[in-house]
Design a binder for this molecule. Sequence first.
Ligand code: HEM
Ligand code: HEM
Length: 410
Amino acid sequence: MQRYSRIAIFLHWAIAALLAFQISVGWALEDLGARGFALFQLHKSIGMTILALTLARIAIRYWKPRPAPVEGGWQGALAKAVHGGLYLFMIGAPLTGWALVSTAKVKVPTLIFGVVPLPHLPLPMGAHALAEGGHSLLAWIGIALFALHVAGALRHHFLMGDGLLWRMMPVRSPLLLIALPALILVALGLGRMILPAPAPKAAAAPAALAPVEEAEIPANVAVAAENAASAASPAEADNAAAVEEPAPPPSWAVQPGGTIGFAVGNGGETISGSFAKWTAKIVMDPDHPESATIRVEIDLASASVGDSYKDGMLAGDEFFGVAAHPRAVFTAKGAERTGANSYRAAGTLSLKGATKAQSIRFTLSGSGKTRKVTGSASIARASFGVGNGESSTAIDPKVAVNFTFDAKAE
Ligand code: HEM
Ligand code: HEM
């Protein structure tokens, strides 16, 4: 039995599974709204990968000999036409996707796998509806061709008994005969599984009910829509983003003058101090806190309680052990709303060589591009080995951390 080259077989099954994943994710995109930002990026990245793999596959078709067709006549012609149609689908789906994002009212930048920027195609905005309609229609055409293709392959393999499927298997293994086509089902399921959880009711309600909150949304959208070609009104831009692709959540630059302080009881009195050096990277749309990513790095050597002797002890091994672990890092992906302007972010804290779950609470005040952030966390110091010696016995187990700073949307 002649078979396709290994590389052609690999590409056949890889592309088939990726396409199934794309369709599964694609159908969910529209309902996700702003929560779908990362998923849109993934859909676009995998879509462009499929385009590249398909072009490689077509090139390989001319480079590696293919086995001769098993059938002539009209059935042979049909098989050939379906293969041709599948190639058109594999190229057309990514191209229409690329065209639709290039002609959208709010032009959201694409970074393929977060690394390679994808330029927008120089197409007229008027082509948007066509590209979008074509993108959605092509998925259905692809599914129809896929059904014909599989029916044809099964007819040969099982009804005619010519073992056609072995031509698309790297070795004659019954396991692969099941596993490779099953990849398509796995990819379909995976596409469903990675969808973000539905937005909690509390998050949607304030925006829908309170006009004040709604007025804030365009400011966030405007950040990413700077390069929107048309001078669409903010409300229009927001609409477009809701129907199509959500704008990326804005990044917030921490303004000078903020503080991170700490306080802990020590045998009836309170020791309090602060960190002079720290940085924070915050990406968050206050109306969609689930899209947040937060990373705070604190230079532990900058801790001070206003007494140089005690500061020296703080830096020592009994407390922070800054020589071995100079920084504490808090990271969180996603936050949840706990009130109109208050949030909780569950993340992890790395401190003195230990990494543990840690949550923080904060409130945002202000609107538009500037917010005041105020928050707190309660840290169980023992789980990080902070205060593990003689002089720490009277120190309370929980340390209260509080922070306040201004942030500007970039
Ligand atoms: C369970 C799913 C699938 C099975 C069992 C299957 C099976 C096969 C087999 C046996 C061949 C070789 C035909 C021959 O030797 O003449 C083939 C070729 C081909 N398949 Fe599939 N396939 C599947 C899914 C897909 C999907 C999802 C696509 C793309 C969307 C696809 C695109 C193609 C193309 C374009 C060829 C022709 C290759 C060439 O000669 O250039 N297949 N497939
Ligand atoms: C490679 C194959 C691709 C497949 C099979 C595919 C499939 C799909 C499907 C089935 C949908 C849902 C359409 C609907 O609402 O009915 C969708 C939506 C979408 N796709 Fe793709 N896609 C692919 C590649 C791409 C690429 C490369 C991009 C952009 C660079 C892209 C951008 C989008 C966008 C922005 C949407 C959602 C919004 C809309 O319909 O306006 N897709 N895709």
